[in-house]
Design a protein around this ligand. Structure first.
Ligand code: G3I
Length: 391
């Protein structure tokens, strides 16, 4: 109870920064708070994120009208019983990490291979989990044949056929689709902030509208999501990305494109002090004011800048989860929190963001032996102290 008050108190302190004059002062105050908080966490080896009871995350989320889930690949569940058991126990939603990407679904221009994704859909259904689609349109992981086959003349036909077939295949069985993934990239220099993808080159900015309309037609029940990354920090890069994402969503809404939610990937960083609760809160409110739901879709924390000591590192990572989720779960438009993986045994960060000291990365709620870590406690505490959500 007392700990709950501490969490609430911290949230109120962060949000109370609004009384300070000027965003510069706010940023400095927030940064100072964050740094001193991290230092305190470093020094405070006794901080253990107490949680009442052993109830799994999916149930703690459900009590608050929220969804907790994770991404996984088929081979992980099929080859590791302990992982599969933990996944079914903790997760109320399953996201295929790679299986629904073009490269894996489309062996040739005329064929679709649903073997692995169907296996995952079946696993989800057997364990009473929601199933989520990632992703229908993305510039990455296109099949090898794409370059020599798709062009300006046939691009719309390929795009619509893909969406109609894939969203149609899972129609009625899917909670939500990342219809378009990572379409914003201000560095490409366009005034609308759009990324220069093959789809943009072939079809212009309208490819996004075309995709959402095709998805809505193929599966009228699925929640249709625009998903993107780097919207978390008080940095010029993330600020530019937040602005461009908001403009895109406004444009889509104003022309009646059936986009229904924003997916915020939330790949967070340990040792990154430029977190500003007020800016994140304002962004979430802006998104919600467009009538959109919000999903946290790929949460994890890169720990390569944190100390090697596992106890210390786990505390710092848990602190980041708790701080982030305390802001996010205050926003009523948020409906789900999904981590990109569940156990440190399987995470893209092992390959993409390894630690220089060679020790295994620890970004997720369970360790490599499926034991709950402080990150698990932090997520449990965030759900337990969250306001009631409406879905
Ligand atoms: O399956 C092959 C394996 O046979 C081969 O030995 C191995 C050699 O590297 O590669 C394996 O495939 C890899 C696959 O992950 C399975 O682990 C691919 O090369 C690799 O590109 C693929 O990476 C995935 C990446 O997206 C690209 O699709 C990651 O698993 C996945 O976590 C990552 O997820 C993305 C989201 O889709 C979008 N947001 C960012 C997020 C993290 O990058």
């Amino acid at each position: 109870m007392a700990k709950k008050r501490v969490l609430r108190g911290r949230r109120n302190f962060l949000l109370g920064l609004g009384t300070l004059a000027g965003t510069g002062a706010l940023a400095i105050a927030s940064r100072y708070w964050h740094q001193s908080n991290q230092m305190q966490a470093l020094a405070d080896n006794s901080r253990d994120f107490p949680v009442v009871g052993n109830t799994p995350l999916r149930n703690r989320a459900a009590v608050k009208g929220l969804i907790y889930g994770g991404a996984t690949q088929q081979y992980m569940l099929a080859s590791n019983t302990a992982f599969a058991t933990s996944f079914a126990q903790e997760c109320g939603m399953l996201v295929p990490e790679d299986e629904l990407k073009w490269r894996n679904l489309r062996p040739s221009p005329d064929s679709f291979d649903f073997t692995q994704s169907d296996w995952l859909a079946e696993f989800a259904s057997t364990h009473n989990m929601l199933f989520r689609g990632h992703t229908l349109v993305w510039h990455a992981k296109l099949p090898k044949w794409f370059k020599t086959t798709v062009n300006r003349q046939n691009a719309e036909k390929f795009l619509v056929k893909h969406i109609t077939t894939v969203a149609g295949h899972y129609a009625g069985k899917i909670h939500s689709w990342d219809v378009v993934n990572e379409a914003i990239y201000p560095n490409d220099g366009r005034s609308d902030g759009l990324r220069n993808t093959p789809w943009l080159k072939f079809l212009g900015p309208d490819y996004i509208d075309i995709a959402f309309r095709a998805a809505a037609e193929a599966d009228p029940q699925a929640l249709l999501v625009y998903n993107d990354y780097s919207m978390e920090y008080d940095t010029p890069k993330d600020e530019a990305r937040r602005t461009a994402v908001l403009k895109l969503l406004e444009r889509l809404k104003s022309k009646g494109t059936p986009v229904q939610a924003l997916g915020i990937q939330a790949h967070l960083w340990g040792g990154e002090a430029r977190f500003n609760a007020l800016k994140l809160k304002a962004f979430l409110e802006n998104v919600a004011s467009l009538g959109l739901k919000i999903m946290i879709t790929e949460l994890d924390v890169t720990d390569k800048k944190l100390p090697k000591d596992v106890k210390e590192r786990d505390r710092l990572v848990a602190e980041i989860y708790e701080e982030y989720l305390s802001v996010v779960l205050d926003e009523p438009a948020v409906i789900a929190v999904l981590t990109w993986g569940l156990s440190d045994r399987y995470t893209w960060l092992t390959e993409k963001q390894p630690r220089k000291d060679g020790s295994p990365v620890r970004p997720l709620p369970l360790d490599a032996q499926m034991k709950r870590k402080l990150v698990w406690n932090a997520i449990a505490r965030a759900f337990d102290s969250a306001v009631q959500h409406g879905n």
